[in-house]
Design a protein around this ligand. Structure first.
Ligand SMILES: [Mg+2]
Length: 399
């Protein structure tokens, strides 16, 4: 359905009634009550988020609070606490980062992930992420999975509606490749991006109610009615959306990861892998003349659950051995020695530029930096395998 020869795997994640869900965690007495987060009715406040119990009364977000109170007189009104929501949101977004480096955060509670590189089925990945969000933050999230952003978002909207009767939907809906047309056809046209009230009205007058109807409408008629948007409308109705994810560029880090061909429990293999990754990371840090303040370890187990552990260093570093020692320490502390490991990753984050100019040979760290710079130059000149550190050679001999 897309021009790409490789079919993408895009997940859309949306936290369920996010602000309300956070408030429910903070205030036990709100549980399952109809309540809304937003401005006061006498100050022309609007509903930012409402609980599912409130939704049953017809309350929805963006509605004036005064109207919401008319629909549901017992509605409890909570003033928003944005700093709290922001903190929770960051926690969730960092869980998502365990699963893909390609993340487009759309809003405080919504993001796209490109997981095309993972071999597992999209709905299985979503289930794993959902469980992890639940266990680490106590929040409920819903997921739509498809081959592009448009379809993934629609899948999530449809999935959430289907499970509305529950307190939180926590739904997962996958649009199977090749069955996009079947999925789209019965949906109301206003579920499509770009179809607002005005467009919907015109479409209704044309007798177009569903996305299926829209696909049967001649393209030139749509262009005649809506101009350029008419072409886009037709494209979306046919499930075509080639837009890439707009990845947030200021999440800067240098990382390396390794997926094993079969799940392993061999500490020596992990150790070697971490050493190799540390060298690559150190080399790239020095090449960019930056230092890392945080070292992060990532472990994915055989069941795809993925965890990260990190250490904030007292001094930013660019030396392989410190990166390695830190990574290994994190690994030894975290791994339970029983779970099989599928992937291991190491990253250097919170990068700072040349933070201080040290005099040469000032201490052990500087001596190592000088040595490493010399090693980097040799590698650049003769290829990266010319120099191997003694510890690594020794280790390989042991095996
Ligand atoms: Mg949401």
């Amino acid at each position: 359905m897309t021009k790409h020869s490789k079919i993408r795997k895009i997940i859309h994640m949306d936290l369920d009634a996010f602000f309300c869900a956070v408030e429910e965690l903070e205030q036990e007495n709100l549980k399952e009550k109809p309540f809304a987060v937003g401005g006061k009715p006498d100050e022309r406040g609007v509903v930012s988020s409402c609980s599912y119990a409130a939704r049953r009364f017809g309350v929805h977000s963006a509605m004036p609070m005064s109207q919401a109170l008319k629909l549901c007189p017992e509605l409890v009104i909570i003033s928003p606490r944005h700093a709290l929501y922001q903190k929770k949101s960051e926690q969730v977004m960092s869980i998502l980062q365990n699963y893909s480096a390609l993340i487009e955060q759309v809003s405080i509670d919504e993001a796209f992930l490109d997981v095309s590189d993972m071999s597992e089925d999209g709905d299985k990945i979503a289930q794993t992420i959902k469980n992890q969000i639940r266990s680490e933050t106590n929040l409920s999230a819903s997921f739509g999975i498809a081959q592009n952003k448009l379809l993934a978002k629609l899948a999530n909207d449809v999935g959430k509606k289907r499970y509305r009767e529950k307190n939180y939907p926590g739904s997962i809906l996958l649009v199977v490749n090749g069955r996009e047309a079947e999925f789209l056809a019965p949906l109301s046209v206003d579920m499509l991006w770009g179809v607002g009230k005005k467009t919907k009205l015109i479409l209704m007058e044309m007798g177009i109610k569903t996305i299926g109807d829209l696909t049967k409408t001649p393209l030139n008629l749509l262009i005649q009615k809506f101009g350029k948007n008419g072409a886009l409308l037709s494209q979306y109705a046919n499930g075509i959306d080639d837009r890439p994810l707009e990845v947030n560029q200021d999440l800067k880090s240098i990382s390396q990861e390794m997926t094993f061909s079969k799940d392993i429990m061999d500490r020596d293999v992990i150790r070697l892998e971490l050493m190799e990754m540390s060298e690559m990371i150190g080399h790239r840090l020095r090449a960019h003349k930056v230092f890392a303040s945080t070292i992060r370890l990532k472990i994915r187990y055989a069941d795809f659950s993925t965890y990260t552990r990190q250490v904030h260093l007292s001094h930013p570093v660019d030396q392989d051995t410190i990166i390695f020692d830190t990574g290994l320490k994190l690994f030894n502390e975290f791994w339970d020695q029983r779970s099989k490991i599928r992937l291991i990753g190491l990253s250097a984050t919170q990068l700072v530029e040349g933070f201080e100019q040290l005099s040469f040979w000032q201490n052990e760290a500087d001596r190592e930096r000088l040595l490493l710079n010399a090693v980097d130059k040799l590698k650049e000149k003769y290829g990266k395998n010319i120099v191997k550190k003694a510890t690594k050679l020794d280790h390989k001999k042991e095996k």
